[in-house]
Write a protein that binds this ligand. Structure first.
Ligand code: GLN
Ligand code: ZN
Length: 756
């Protein structure tokens, strides 16, 4: 039996590529040093796969920034404004990735989007009417040859033509269909060249096939591949899908002359049914994604083996594969020196997943797989209990009723009580929570973490920051104040550390985009809160002012979406556990006199399923209630705020309203304000604070432009419902620009209020 993986992480086990790239961007590394880092990493990654006996080792899965951008460059999709800079090839590539400001000109980066249902982000290729799609680069050929030099025959990987054309942005009159011929020709040329170099198999990734496809989409797909495969040459072509099932194109896939089809049996809910119903061509090889490429847990061999045995009754040629690229998991549990073996033996990062594929292969060579010692050892691992469950919590979750999710009285009545209580001016001003994290703020936290200062000193420093921040917010004239979040680095990390049930890693980094990596905590057990988390700082801040101070929490869906979830219970169950913990915090804040509480759901949209038909049933039906569970127990006059980082929620606007917060703030200064129309159109109840200026840039907005923005909002939104705030937290900004911007924001608001 053969084994395959779809892709390997590339940032480096110690994030070597990140640091080399950043050094290069800062001018501390030469381009050659950066290139050498890439070469070394590729060699290391190929070798480790060879050591684990992987049959189909990918090449061209490496990237200096992003694989979609690599593909765009390979096929000459480089907008003129980048070419015009007259830079070298790699420099032009980085200009597209990050923007360029220098002697050769000034251009912004291409836009960036979330890669399907992952936390990875790709650069959006931009195609205009003058774009000539043709084979222009050499990266896949070079990397194939490089591996060959090392004695390793690889399976080159290309992001497919259909996915590329579907993800691209068209800035002219031409659309995807207008580029079919040229694209097909360019891909055919790449395949022929790889075949000529000796590639036996070539993997073409088409993850877009797992999304909802229209008939026109399927027609486009068929047209592209009929042309690409018309004269396909010597190499075998594997059409690889992942992140779901291919229900809308399964029959067409079988009919086209691919030599192999890669199918995801982990996230592809209907994958097995499709094979049962339509069979699998005996002329093709099935690359069966049986090993979860996204999660960090050991594979339960019993399930994988049972699946493969059923697949064997449908088709003869099966390759064991990961369900998606291993890009989405960290490198190796070997990097976790602080986690005990009783934890790590349940974890499988990329390297351990290679080992698991090898073990599955070995088990399957047995006549009686279940008799294999490896199989039995794995069953023992899963048979033993991993942790002691929290019986009290389980009883509490089981006893939840509708009433626990329903805040009373209804919004309109609460709104009246709150208006009377807070007596805020129209268009109240506030911020999203965090204030600039200066070097001293970070140094204080890290000194405390390292144990080089006492807890008392650490807290005293934070109290001083809070006092200064409150005083300045008062001087600037904001209406609802915050404590500033000086104790938090990443908010999910912060709450994870304060709750029971999470595991923290040292080196378990995952690439989010470019050189940016995240280290999501692992949800290990039942989540609970053993003591108040934020009460001390919030009440301290409140004691310093007569103005209302918002308590600041992160919501359950965001905590869950930015962690590695458990596999032994569902997402809904984990979300409810986290919700109960945060609910206790909300009630403690309320009891301590905090009258406004913001519960951030920055990542609410993140795990929205790829198929619209799954939005409610698989996600919103528990994600929205989880949020309500957090705040449903508060008194009518306690005002609940929430915050979302993006305003792309026109399509789930009713669900956002059903969160039943009293106020929602969101990013709006960079978007086209379609959201304001959506809010206006649907009778949205929740009061809104669309961000009035962009916090992603150091630029200080003028009072005049903020004023204009406010008037535009007032055209659509009732003045009694509008709040004034920046787009998001201010922690990444500098001090000077922050306070100047807030002064302008308040000034603009005062002027607009006068005119109401
Ligand atoms: N309260 C958080 C902050 O201000 C919210 C951050 C976020 O939405 N990502 O930083
Ligand atoms: Zn935000």
């Amino acid at each position: 039996m053969r084994t395959s993986i779809i892709g390997y992480p590339r940032i480096g086990a110690l994030r070597e590529l990140k640091f080399a790239s950043e050094n290069y961007f800062k001018g501390r590394f030469s381009i050659d040093e950066l290139i050498r880092t890439g070469t070394d990493l590729r060699a290391a990654h190929w070798r480790i796969q060879r050591e684990n006996g992987i049959t189909f080792i990918p090449s061209n899965d490496f990237s200096f920034y992003d694989g979609v951008l690599d593909t765009a460059c390979l096929f000459n999709i480089v907008p003129e404004r980048y070419r015009a800079l007259g830079l070298g090839e790699l420099e032009t590539y980085f200009a597209m990735a990050r923007g360029y400001q220098g002697e050769q000109g000034d251009v912004k980066a291409l836009s960036m989007k979330k890669w399907f249902n992952t936390n990875y982000h790709y650069m959006v290729p931009e195609i205009d009417d003058a774009t000539t799609i043709q084979l222009a680069g050499t990266k896949p050929f070079d990397e194939f040859a490089e591996a060959k030099e090392l004695g390793i025959a690889t399976k080159p990987v290309l992001i497919g033509a259909f996915t590329l054309l579907k993800l691209a942005k068209y800035t002219g009159a031409k659309q995807a269909v207008d580029f079919v011929q040229a694209t097909a020709k360019a891909y055919a040329a790449a395949l022929a060249k790889l075949g000529g170099l000796g590639a036996e198999w070539i993997q073409i990734d088409e993850p877009i096939l797992v999304t909802d496809l229209s008939e026109a989409d399927v027609a486009l797909f068929k047209k592209l591949y009929s042309a690409i495969l018309a004269d396909k040459g010597s190499a075998n072509i594997l059409l690889q899908t992942y992140f779901g099932d291919v229900r809308d194109g399964y029959v067409e896939l079988q009919a086209l002359p691919f030599d192999g089809i890669g199918i995801d049996f982990i996230e592809g809910k209907r994958s097995l049914d499709l094979i049962r119903q339509f069979g699998f061509s005996d002329k093709k090889t099935l690359f069966a994604g049986v090993l979860n490429g996204k999660n960090v847990w050991r594979n339960r061999y019993a399930n994988a083996i049972a699946l493969v045995q059923e697949l064997r009754s449908h088709t003869g040629q099966i390759v064991l594969s990961s369900s998606c690229s291993l890009l989405h998991v960290p490198y190796s549990t070997k990097g976790e020196t602080k986690l005990p073996e009783e934890n790590t033996r349940h974890l499988a990062f990329a390297e351990e997943k290679l080992r698991e594929l090898a073990e599955l292969r070995e088990i399957l060579t047995n006549d009686v797989p279940v008799a294999s010692p490896l199989y039995q050892e794995n069953e023992r691992l899963f048979g033993a209990s991993r942790f002691t469950g929290n019986a009290a919590l389980q009883a509490r979750t089981a006893a939840l009723t509708e009433a626990d999710f329903a805040r009373l009285p209804a919004f309109a009545e609460r709104a009246i009580a709150q208006k009377a209580k807070f007596n805020l001016p129209p268009l109240p001003t506030t911020t999203i929570g965090s204030f600039p994290q200066t070097a001293e703020v970070r140094a204080n936290r890290s000194a405390f973490k390292k144990g080089s200062i006492t807890e008392e000193r650490y807290k005293q420093f934070n109290r001083e920051q809070i006092a200064a921040c409150i005083a300045r917010q008062e001087t600037v004239g904001l209406d609802v104040l915050v404590h500033g979040e000086y104790e938090r680095n990443d908010m999910v990390e912060y709450f994870g550390e304060c709750l029971d049930g999470f595991l923290f890693t040292e080196q378990a980094w995952v690439q989010s985009y470019g050189t940016r990596c995240v280290k999501p905590p692992i949800i290990w057990g039942d989540i609970s809160r053993s003591k108040p988390i934020t009460v001390e700082y919030s009440t301290y801040a409140k004691s310093l002012t007569d103005k209302p101070v918002k308590g600041m929490l992160t919501g359950p869906v965001t905590i869950l979406n930015w962690s590695f979830p458990r596999e032994d219970i569902g997402l809904k169950d984990s979300a409810y556990q986290i919700a109960l913990a945060i609910r206790d915090e909300v009630l403690d804040l309320e009891r301590s006199g905090i009258e406004i509480i913001q519960i951030d759901e920055a990542a609410l949209r993140e795990k929205l399923p790829l198929r619209r038909s799954d939005w409610q049933s698989e996600y919103l039906s528990w994600a929205i209630p989880a949020f309500r569970l957090v705040h449903a127990g508060v008194r009518p006059e306690t005002q609940i705020h929430t915050h979302m980082c993006y305003s792309q929620f026109s399509d789930i606007i009713r669900d956002i309203d059903a969160m039943d917060a009293d106020v929602i703030s969101f990013e709006a200064s960079r978007s086209d304000l379609a959201i304001i129309d959506a809010i206006n159109g649907c009778g949205f109840r929740t009061e809104v604070g669309p961000g009035v200026y962009d916090i992603h840039s150091p630029r200080i907005p003028t009072a005049g432009e903020i004023k204009q923005g406010l008037y535009r909002m007032l055209d659509k939104i009732d003045a009694g419902k509008l709040w004034v705030n920046p787009d998001c937290g201010l922690k990444t900004r500098g001090e000077t620009e922050t306070w100047a911007s807030l002064r302008h924001m308040v000034q603009a608001t005062l002027e607009v209020r006068e005119s109401l």
